[in-house]
Design a protein around this ligand. Structure first.
Ligand SMILES: [Zn+2]
Length: 165
């Protein structure tokens, strides 16, 4: 699976394109539909996944769903194998998409490089801590693809969790 990042919108949201055999899954179409469309090119879009419903992650969602005639949070290609881990805290519906074989997690605004998501935009500190405890059970060598900024690894970020709460 190839991963491409398209930076979109005023808050520099990371919209990800996952590609297997020229089939594409879009994660967090935050803004700038035309930029996303150009990055997809003539490949077939087989699904759209959203990590949470803040505006900077869903700004182009309606256009993407209607243009590619696809449903939200359903992937119509069995080559994409992932688990949904509920990781509330930043918002109560925040979730992580875990591609176990590829050792990749798409976390939205749950975890960032050297940081975690804020909890004052509809979230909860207490529940954030529970989600950090839960995600800490997963292997260190997983690559974290956050909703903003640089990629990181779970092992590196785990070491910081104890300083946040
Ligand atoms: Zn957010």
């Amino acid at each position: 699976m190839k991963v491409e990042m398209v930076e979109v919108g005023d808050l520099s949201t990371n919209c990800y394109l996952l590609d297997i055999n020229n089939k594409v899954v879009i994660i967090d179409p935050g803004d700038e539909f035309n930029k996303i469309k150009k990055a997809v090119g003539d490949r077939k879009v087989v699904g759209v996944l959203v990590t949470h419903f803040h505006g900077d992650h869903i700004g182009a969602l309606e256009e993407v769903l209607s243009y590619y005639e696809t449903d939200l949070n359903k992937v119509k290609d069995k080559n994409f194998k992932y688990k949904v881990i509920e990781t509330p805290g930043h918002t109560m519906e925040s979730r992580t998409y875990y591609f176990e074989k590829e050792k990749m997690m798409f976390v939205g605004d749950f975890i960032f490089y050297n940081s975690i998501g804020c909890t004052d935009l509809g979230g909860s500190d207490k529940i954030m801590k529970q989600s950090l405890d839960e995600i800490s059970k997963y292997p260190d060598d997983i690559t974290i693809y956050p909703g903003h900024g640089e990629i990181t690894t779970l092992g590196k970020e785990k070491k910081n969790f104890k300083y946040y709460y």
